[in-house]
Design a protein around this ligand. Sequence first.
Ligand code: ZN
Length: 409
Amino acid sequence: MNKLIIILFVFIPSLAFTQLNNQLLQYNQSINKDSLEKTVLKLQAYGTRFAFQPNRKTIAEDLKQQLQSYGFSTKIDSFYVENFEYPYHSGIINNSWQYNVVGERIGQYARDTFFVVGAHYDAISFSPANQPCFDTTPGADDNASGVSAIMEIARLYHIHNITPTKTLRLELYAAEEVGLMGSNEAIKRSANKLTEHITGMLCLDMIANQDEFPKQPSSVALTEYDNSQDLTDFSMNTAALYSELMPYATTDYYKSSDSYSYYIWGRKAIFIHEDQFHPFYHSPQDLSSTLNYDYFAKVTQLAFSITYLATATNYYFPISLPQTPNPSHTQFSLLENPAKDKIRFTYNSPKPENPIVQLINRMGQVEKTSNLSAYKISSQEYQIPSQDLRAGVYFIRIGKQTEKIVVIK
Ligand SMILES: [Zn+2]
């Protein structure tokens, strides 16, 4: 409880939005630990996801299939890695096709305006003596966790049938551990299509390690970039309002994951990761059984909240939306005040109705009353004759709304 009060106190003054989005609060309840675990176990079961192992295409196809099952339009973007010496200075030269997996849910009003959420699916490991063990890379925290969070975001868009206003693009990258290759390829491809506008990239990498949670309040790190102040503010505010975790912004590790590729291509980015790094990451002990799924679900909730608000509302990078023909609530306003021989006003309601209109004097006596339709003079305007009234202050009451009007002679 303390935590909540402190965080709200710190962040509310800079908020562009203070009203909680009820829809989002409801969606966040659907984040499911079993669903997260299922994807982690599936990825771990490959035994290895090292970038240059022959199973890489099968893994990419499986991930594509899963995104497709959530109603995303999907594709595999392949790219060729040529003459790449890895491990460095080993004399081993790698030549291989690599496979990024991309899923999209097209924006209803701005299809060429994108919000990207990305995570790498490859993994790497070394023995305690720092020897490569590339055929055993379970990579549960690093980074089956990020991939699973993205799958969970996709699942929520699917089950709640969320149509974004701008396009949501989910990217699962190949070959991150050997030099951020997949993400570099993805942003290069986007930049070559001159029509695409990337408004921001959310990177998820290592998000499921926490010793104490939920026994103690836990932190989550938001690594920020110096070109991305508005995305950082938006993400921090979202964390303060929609997450039980304590967010902090940092520049540590800003070069360590795929968000850096977007940053060096001049795009806005934010990188969410656990506060305490997994003790066995990059080792054969980075296993699902070591993850904290309560914490993992909370970070996923934060990632979903940022994604939802950025793509389905206008809280971040607003786009122009068509005017809704019906007002969402009743609007009653006077066109002239004071009034002389007629009182002119407009009245708009989201549902068809013909409420009682009362003109009340300052003694509380009803001077005139009729249904609204009796005063209608056009689709826009209503008039109540007032030549017969004494000069003074009156109140017009329509349904639950009252306006004060001065009648002059
Ligand atoms: Zn990683």
